[in-house]
Design a protein around this ligand. Sequence first.
Ligand code: ADP
Length: 377
Amino acid sequence: MDAKRTTATEADVRRALAAVIDPDQGKDIVSLGRVSGLVVREGNVGFAIEVEAERGPRLEPLRKAAEAAVMALPGVVSVTAVLTAERAAAPQPAAQPHSHSHGPQQAPAASLMPGVRHVIAVASGKGGVGKSTVAANLALALAAEGHSVGMLDADIYGPSMPRMLGITGRPQSKDGKILEPMQNYGVKAMSIGFLIKEDTPMIWRGPMVIGALEQMMRDVNWGDLDVLVVDMPPGTGDAQLTLAQRVPLAGAVIVSTPQDIALLDARKGLAMFRKVNVPVLGIVENMSTFVCPNCGHESHIFSHGGAKACAAELGVPFLGEIPLDIEIRETSDGGAPITVSNPGSENAERFRDIARKVWAAVEAGKSGRAGPRIVVE
Ligand code: ADP
């Protein structure tokens, strides 16, 4: 091994991939234009292989061969290849009316996850507002309300669902193709953290996320679910926008803190979902009031109530407020969110109340979302 040569270049990687043959087409994946999102950084290599959606399940050997070819290069420390479904290959609905809208070219939920009734996103304008905490409690509250629930952790910046749901280990596959979701508290869960290594540099997670996300929808045995809750990456950048377009969402829940509302971050989240025609099911104000753990005194550290006013102003439902409470932090960070660890508490009831509103909204919207768009010529 050449000790002086510490890094491989993009050209080296492309050359290695040019030896990997698409089994159905008999040509290499580079000349077929299948390699995208290539990133090479200090010996860590990431890329996507674009394939037709219907071939995806069969092409795991191709993905592995591509990884092995790159791994064999001197100076390569890690390789992550993901299979991405080509957009063009998605079946076009026959009777789709012509539209000026630049809205999503979504694959219908049915083709990706045939047994999943509704997919909802939990999103926030920025990180640290308690989006994952709300997502975990919302999923558990929906389960407590009697629904069959899955949790898809797509937060590339800090996948936290396994920890919050008290899940350890890695997902297993019975046939080497389809992954079995992890499960705890009656909720099925899959995290992007299982597909993207924790030490993967942040800059690559963006390009990888779409492929990894499609794998988590298509190649995971979700079975029949009433609702799949997606914990989105925080923010409203390109990765989030693409994600909002690619996931067949029935609607989105926006989590914000009172000061986040004041800083307009949550409004950006609203605007993003509107841009891609995903209904906003409502806003949750998190860390709304501070309840002193010693005396129970309630103080309004962040001038609470802003989300409610903002929701009214923007014409979206207000789903409820969750106080800043140490029990919420300790329970979710400890792997037993308050909805399951203290179901009789006021806060657990708050989450169940939000869950009931969310469920009612997606059920009410079911027919509306599938209807044709209104086109103004
Ligand atoms: P995000 O997903 O928006 O980055 P997290 O859900 O990871 O945020 O929450 C960030 C931190 O704040 C976590 O330690 C979490 O336990 C804590 N937290 C979230 N919501 C509350 C709350 N209502 N009360 C107390 N702590 C909270």
